[in-house]
Design a protein around this ligand. Structure first.
Ligand code: NAD
Length: 248
């Protein structure tokens, strides 16, 4: 999948899956906006990605939950590169608890970052993408949004909401050559899953036909596929990258 000279904005790209997505898009030729709340880590990631790939990679601080901040990120991308071809809504957080112990603030925060964040960033980029009659938006959802997960009513709701958002937006913008798809990772080795109790990790592997945790590269390769020119007839879809854990 060749992404030569495409411009990609990846949110939550300082660490984990987002960083690997940015690196993978860069290896395939894209210039990058490495956007994250943690600006120093985003700057370090941007420098490494630029050195590894020979592409331009700028770091931008963003709080995706904040509408003005998301708009400023897209404005900066356009000021630097003249256009945005690819938006990957990857920034996401968890604040797990059983509903009886879940604080309202933890519900609001997770919905605001994971779901409203995708709205804010997509809204900021959609007008320029419509004008240029080209765009690829990829939203990172989760198996928890497909199957539900105890202890994650907030996270599962945000990720299920993101699937509805993907389908609705795909219908709105399809005629302008803009596709909107989602990738639903299963258990992937990152900081988000590093602290899970060993018992839960063993259970997750048992539930995965492929018999292992996924790697960030597994997710990044699926994103690169959906971000490419060649997949212009695929839209509104959810691609599971979960070793077969949830089969629809
Ligand atoms: P991570 O915690 O390693 O990285 C998330 C990044 O997002 C961090 O760099 C963080 O600073 C950034 N971020 C957090 N809040 C932000 C905000 N408000 N604005 C901008 N950036 C913000 O997480 P990860 O495991 O790499 O997960 C990436 C995505 O993949 C998330 O959407 C997550 O829900 C999803 N996912 C992960 C797994 C997994 O097993 N790791 C499984 C399914 C889905």
């Amino acid at each position: 999948m060749d992404l030569s000279d495409k411009v990609a904005v990846v949110t939550g790209a300082a660490l984990g899956i987002g960083r690997t997505i940015a690196e993978t898009l860069g290896q395939r030729g894209a210039h990058l906006v490495v956007a994250d709340l943690q600006v120093e880590k985003a700057e370090a990631a941007g420098k490494e990605i630029a050195a590894d790939t020979g592409r331009r990679a700028i770091a931008v601080q963003v709080d995706v939950a904040d509408n003005a901040s998301a708009k400023a990120m897209i404005d900066r991308a356009i000021a630097e590169f003249g256009r945005v071809d690819i938006l990957v809504n990857n920034a996401g957080i968890t604040r797990d608890n059983l509903i009886m112990r879940m604080k309202e603030a933890d519900w609001d925060l997770v919905l605001n970052v994971n779901l409203k964040g995708a709205f804010n960033c997509s809204k900021a980029v959609i007008r320029p993408m419509m004008k240029q009659r080209y765009g690829r938006i990829v939203n990172i959802t989760s198996v928890s949004g497909l199957a539900g997960q105890a202890g994650q009513t907030n996270y599962s709701s945000s990720k299920a909401g993101l699937i509805g958002f993907t389908k609705a937006l795909a219908k709105e913008v399809g005629s302008r050559n803009i596709t909107v798809n989602a990738v639903a990772p299963g258990f992937i080795e990152t900081d988000l899953t590093a602290d899970l109790p060993q018992e839960l990790k063993d259970m997750a592997i048992q539930m995965t036909p492929v018999g292992r945790f996924g790697k960030p590269e597994d997710v990044a390769n699926a994103v690169a596929f959906l971000a490419s020119d060649e997949t212009g007839f695929i839209t509104g879809q959810v691609l599971s990258v979960d070793g077969g854990m949830v089969m629809q």
